[in-house]
Design a protein around this ligand. Sequence first.
Ligand code: ZN
Length: 115
Amino acid sequence: MHELSLAQNIIDSVREHVGDDRLPKVTEVVMEVGTASGVVGESLQFAYEAIVQGTPLASSVMTMHSVPFTVTCHACGTESESPAGYMVCPNCDSMDVSVVKGAEMILKQIVLNDD
Ligand SMILES: [Zn+2]
């Protein structure tokens, strides 16, 4: 149950950012999930919904944006998406590449209903 602990971490971060007294005002938690992060989006969403039940975050939803795994090549200078998550440049097959994005999950935005 990897996603359960991930969801719990996200909730802890949300709490840190907005503070306990404002938790009921959270309407949406926006995540960016890299295609090579190993996170199963549906499972994470399911875990989140299960954990927030009966808590001040019960009325919030989690939305996710997929971020394509992208590498930059030091041999040919090309930045390209590598859908399979390989550390190889699709342009010149060099393995001298660095990850630009798409290898992690990021808490992108917390939407509050401040009326
Ligand atoms: Zn290259």
